[in-house]
Design a protein. Structure first.
Length: 177
């Protein structure tokens, strides 16, 4: 008996129109009785890519999805597992420079999130637990000097400091007094 799987590629090209964009869908199925993955590729009217993604056999996003700026530069890299954002989420400015890096689990921010100025200096350093702000949030100017600091506990701001104002009083809901 031959245990080798027989994968047969099937290609389907559809053209659609919407929102002023010409959209091309290229779906390539490689399948056996156990595995089916599809690739989704959408292009803008000028021919540059817009979205490049993969879907599992249940039509849920799977693997790394790429989205693109109008100039063709990568805008976001997002890892999906069974339709949910899982692990790494990276975004880029339209010139290709790094904009942000975050770690997500089941579509929720979980862990450290870094945003960058266009000169690669950290703009903000944030922390989340299960999608809620939790821990230190630090904000920096374009030369790396700390301008604001906030501390959160379960999405409620418990402390705020500003370079201009110093310590800022907060009410029990985390709002400035």
């Amino acid at each position: 008996m031959n245990n080798k799987r027989n994968y047969k590629p099937i290609r389907l090209i559809l053209v659609g129109y919407g929102l002023g964009l010409v959209t091309y869908y290229l779906i390539t199925l490689f399948g056996s009785s156990e595995y089916n993955y599809s690739r989704y590729l959408e292009k803008k009217a000028n021919g540059t890519p817009h979205i490049d993604a993969f879907y599992n056999r249940l039509w849920k996003r799977q693997g790394v999805e790429k989205t693109y700026h109008d100039n063709g530069a990568i805008e976001c890299l997002v890892n999906y597992n069974n339709g949910l954002i899982d692990e790494l989420f990276v975004s880029f400015y339209d010139n290709g420079d790094l904009e942000s890096v975050s770690f997500d689990k089941n579509n929720k921010r979980n862990g450290r999130v870094l945003y960058f100025h266009k000169n690669y200096i950290v703009k903000s350093d944030e922390h989340y637990v299960n999608g809620l702000k939790h821990g230190d949030f630090k904000y920096y100017d374009s030369i790396g000097i700390l301008t604001d600091y906030e501390k959160y506990s379960n999405h409620v701001r418990t402390y705020k400091w500003s370079k201009e104002k110093g310590d800022i009083k907060l009410d029990k809901y985390g709002n400035e007094q």
